[in-house]
Design a protein around this ligand. Structure first.
Ligand SMILES: *[C@@H]1O[C@H](CO)[C@@H](O)[C@H](O)[C@H]1NC(C)=O
Ligand SMILES: *[C@@H]1O[C@H](CO)[C@@H](O)[C@H](O)[C@H]1NC(C)=O
Ligand SMILES: *[C@@H]1O[C@H](CO)[C@@H](O)[C@H](O)[C@H]1NC(C)=O
Length: 265
């Protein structure tokens, strides 16, 4: 949609006002990374670790590597000091290892790298979870368990969850694998799938191998009914309770704070 001419003029005026009053510091050192910085980080890291048939790279976390408190304090005190270098902290999985990288955006390079070998794993990505969720549908013992319950496979939805933390000894016992628990639910007549768990089946997936490494079908219990589980307003039918009476909250002089970039005062 094209902006009306008056809006365009207003925009230009505001832009000029912004430039006149813009602080000498272009940004605060603690400002979060911008979309263009994220793109730069991606190209710097993928250039250093090119993906190929033998190398897989996934970004599990990308965030600002904050400058030290002392650096920020001296920056705050002295308007003429140049901004500290923008850096990002990246956690990447590269060939089944967790890499911790510091990417310097002014130098356009990785300035620090180490392989993390302690307990625990980085956050899951959507791809990790989506791929794990799909595995059950081509896993014959799972398909057989669904059939045995008289359920339709096309109405089953699976989701993966962290297996949890049971202490260091337990982690070592698991041979240090990156594992998720997959749990499945039944739709068939509702979108409220978490109301209809398919109990009794437990599955675990090794995310690095991307395969099911544990499967148990212990007990068959009925799946809760789909009736009365609808929550979407458009699908809910009367009787409704009385609608609420109107309420108004007013701040005639505007809010008690101002927003300046990422800062709220
Ligand atoms: C890279 O990922 C793909 C897809 O998940 C997988 O098939 C392949 O085995 C992986 N390669 C390596 C070297 O881990
Ligand atoms: C402020 O920073 C500039 C440039 O880094 C420096 O030359 C100047 O001495 C500093 N002033 C104070 C008061 O620290
Ligand atoms: C699926 O839902 C329909 C409508 O509620 C019901 O009649 C049918 O028995 C259900 N089928 C299965 C296999 O759960």
């Amino acid at each position: 949609m094209a902006a009306a001419p008056s809006q365009a003029v207003l925009f230009i005026i505001l832009l000029h006002i912004f430039y006149i009053f813009a602080p000498s510091h272009q940004y605060h050192p603690l400002d979060s990374l911008t979309p263009s910085e994220f793109s730069q980080i991606r190209s710097i890291v993928t250039k250093a670790y090119p993906e190929s048939s033998t190398h897989n790279l996934t970004f599990q976390y990308v965030g600002l590597e904050e400058p030290s408190k002392q650096t920020v304090i001296s920056w705050l005190k002295n308007e003429t000091t140049t901004n500290p270098p923008r850096q990002a902290f990246v956690i990447a999985r590269i060939d089944h290892q967790t890499h911790e990288l510091i990417v310097d955006l002014s130098l356009q390079e990785i300035t620090s790298k180490r392989i993390y070998s302690g307990y625990g794993y980085p956050m899951f990505t959507f791809e990790d979870q989506e791929n794990a969720d799909k595995l059950a549908f081509t896993y014959p013992p799972f398909v057989a368990s669904i059939r045995r319950r008289g359920l339709k496979l096309e109405e089953v939805v699976c989701e993966s969850f962290s297996v949890g933390w049971y202490g260091e000894e337990e982690e070592e016992g698991k041979n240090n694998k990156r594992i998720v628990k997959v749990m499945c639910y039944y739709m068939n007549g509702t979108v409220n799938l978490f109301m209809r768990p398919i109990e009794g089946i437990s599955m675990t997936v090794d995310l690095d191998e991307m395969k099911i490494i544990g499967f148990q079908d212990r007990v068959t219990v009925p799946v809760p009914k789909a009736d009365e589980t609808e929550f979407r307003e458009s699908k809910i039918k009367p009787p409704f309770r009385q609608s609420l009476k109107e309420i108004t909250v007013v701040q005639p002089d505007g809010p008690s704070f101002t927003i300046d970039g990422h800062m709220i005062r």
